[in-house]
Design a protein. Structure first.
Length: 214
């Protein structure tokens, strides 16, 4: 009598817990990387949209404060033997603009500062010089800005308000301060000067002539 042999199918091996956990981690890592990539793309897209708007808002704010465009640079010439005195033309007011950059034993050269009126640069000073310009009667915004190729330095600006009257003379100076580095400005102030002090500054300061660079 023949014996019948019953074959039992082999049972499939279950994956070990460590392999399952490794697979889960790989899926989670891929998901996180994909999410981070998508988030980075979203942030970059938002930055591309808001950066031009921010730049426009900043430019408009600077113009409202009296400053001209940052990209405009000046060539300045000074004459220490020239101390020109001017008088306002009929129906106009006259503004003298001085620069005060304190020199120390470690200071090399001077600083160029641009002066703006109602969003337009009207001239520039270099190394404690001065110049003057005419303005119409009424309310105006004056601006002073350091001209420099050093990153961040050109953002040093100051502003002041002026209510001009025809026939009057006004004096303002740009005070450029430095703290630790005597050759790197760290702060700018634009302040009115007493008329008597202004006349003394004319007598002791070189006269400057400036023109925009090409």
């Amino acid at each position: 009598m023949k014996r019948s042999i019953i074959r039992v199918p082999a049972t499939k091996r279950r994956a070990s817990p460590s392999k399952l956990w490794r697979a889960v981690c790989e899926v989670m890592t891929f998901t996180l990387v994909a999410s981070e990539t998508a988030m980075i793309k979203l942030i970059l897209a938002v930055l591309l949209l808001i950066t031009p708007a921010f730049a426009q808002d900043q430019t408009a704010a600077f113009a409202a404060a009296g400053c001209g465009p940052d990209k405009i640079k000046f060539d300045v010439k000074t004459n220490s033997h020239q101390h020109t005195v001017a008088q306002p033309q009929p129906g106009k007011a006259l503004v003298y603009a001085f620069e005060d950059f304190p020199h120390t034993g470690l200071t090399i050269g001077g600083v160029t500062t641009k002066v703006g009126l109602d969003g337009t640069w009207v001239g520039a000073n270099y190394d404690n010089s001065y110049f003057f310009f005419l303005v119409d009667p009424g309310d105006h915004s004056l601006c002073a800005s350091v001209q420099s190729s050093v990153p961040g330095t050109s953002k040093l600006k100051a502003a002041a308000s002026l209510t001009a009257e025809a026939g009057k003379v006004y004096y303002f100076w740009t005070l450029v301060l430095h703290v630790s580095d005597p050759n790197r400005p760290t702060e700018v102030k634009l302040e009115p000067v007493d008329p008597a002090e202004g006349r003394l500054l004319i007598a002791s300061s070189p006269f400057s002539t400036s023109r925009p660079k090409n």
